[in-house]
Design a protein around this ligand. Sequence first.
Ligand code: URA
Length: 469
Amino acid sequence: MPTIALPMLHTDRAFRDAARGLLGAGVPPDAVLWQFNGNGGDLFADPPATVAPTAVTVPRAFVDLMNRVVWHSDPQRFARLYALLWRLRVTPGLMTDRGDPALAHLMRLDKDVRRDKHKMTAFVRFRDIGESADGNTRRRFAAWFEPSHCITEPTAPFFANRFGDMDWMIQTPHLTAHFESGALRFSPGAPKPPLPEDATEDLWRTYYANIFNPARLKIKAMTAEMPKKYWKNLPEAELIPGLIANAESRARAMQAAAPTLPPLRSDRIIARLPGQATPDALNGCTRCPLFANATQAVPGEGPDRAALMIVGEQPGDHEDLAGRPFVGPAGQMFDRLAQEAGLARDAVYVTNAVKHFKFTPQGKRRIHQRPDRPEIEACKWWLDGEIAAVQPRLIVAMGATAAYSLTGNGKTMTARRGTIETRRDGTPVLLTFHPSFLLRQPDATRRAADTALLRGDLALAARWLAGTA
Ligand code: URA
């Protein structure tokens, strides 16, 4: 019986080549013995004559699954993968059969590996180990981590990308990853080394104590996300028992504290809105269902009679918590581009088409969702009021939601960007991209080009107001 001994390093490639060879030679799963040679010995301890890799076409879904499951610690993982591969020859649709027990088992292993990789990226804590004696001036860090599976090799590139400007080493019981002068290499694992405490430990503790929200404490969810097995290597973990013990009294104190109040300048503008509009009325708005989940309504802010009004889509996660528009990543991008375009943020009135944050919860995160038309139309009452109170000479609509609210035209922005349309009351509306659209753009060249367009549109607004456009 052929025995295939796979190495600790590059296990994925070795398994792929071996499986191809065996499949090409028609070797059935029950005629192969798979071994994991953790010491990195010969790839084929007893190479069968037929094992030379042959070209085999397999579904992409299998390749993706295989590339993760090979790192699992289950000794049967290679046999299970090869058995599935063998069946795929005659049942090509197998990868979509969620009821198939063999596939379901492999998918569970896949989930374990993904989870373990995620834990490694979240819970590795580097310690500064000082400069090297050889005169290399790059800062050097070391970390100890105990993964449940053999995920050090496939996870190391994440750290190489994230910490490319320093030298580091992550030691685990089965493998050590070294990153030196931009090159990644691996050596055998080792027992836990004595690592020195350093200042970053205190930083972690301070950070953790500050972001810990006692009002959201769910001990079960917390230990699922940060299992106790990782605690012993996390500097901040020593704070957890104390924070849990005080959580109830801290949550009560938080509830007693006043919510974030809208800034003063928006109070005055909201107070000038038609009807019974007051800041409390905006916060108590139930014109659409979005009020139910948001922390608070976020009014616009800026000078009472700003010549320029900027309208975005809706508050994001940061804005919802702060009670102020455009203070998160999109706001920071807007501030930078506006400044480069010659616009001072505190000279413009900045607001949104929709005043409550719309999101779906995903674990602990709140994922932004675009408001739909009835929500935009319900909130138009507030935006119209702001426009009537401020009476801007020009409005810049950033993104399709603002454009729709201001012009009633719901067409996409691509063809309209950079043009000026007119609101029903005659106010000119310059249409441009939303900064979040740029932040989401994965292609760097496109992002740079679209950023230049948004900057150019803001500069056009500045020239238009100065009477030079
Ligand atoms: N995106 C918006 O449209 N508005 C904000 O206030 C923040 C992000």
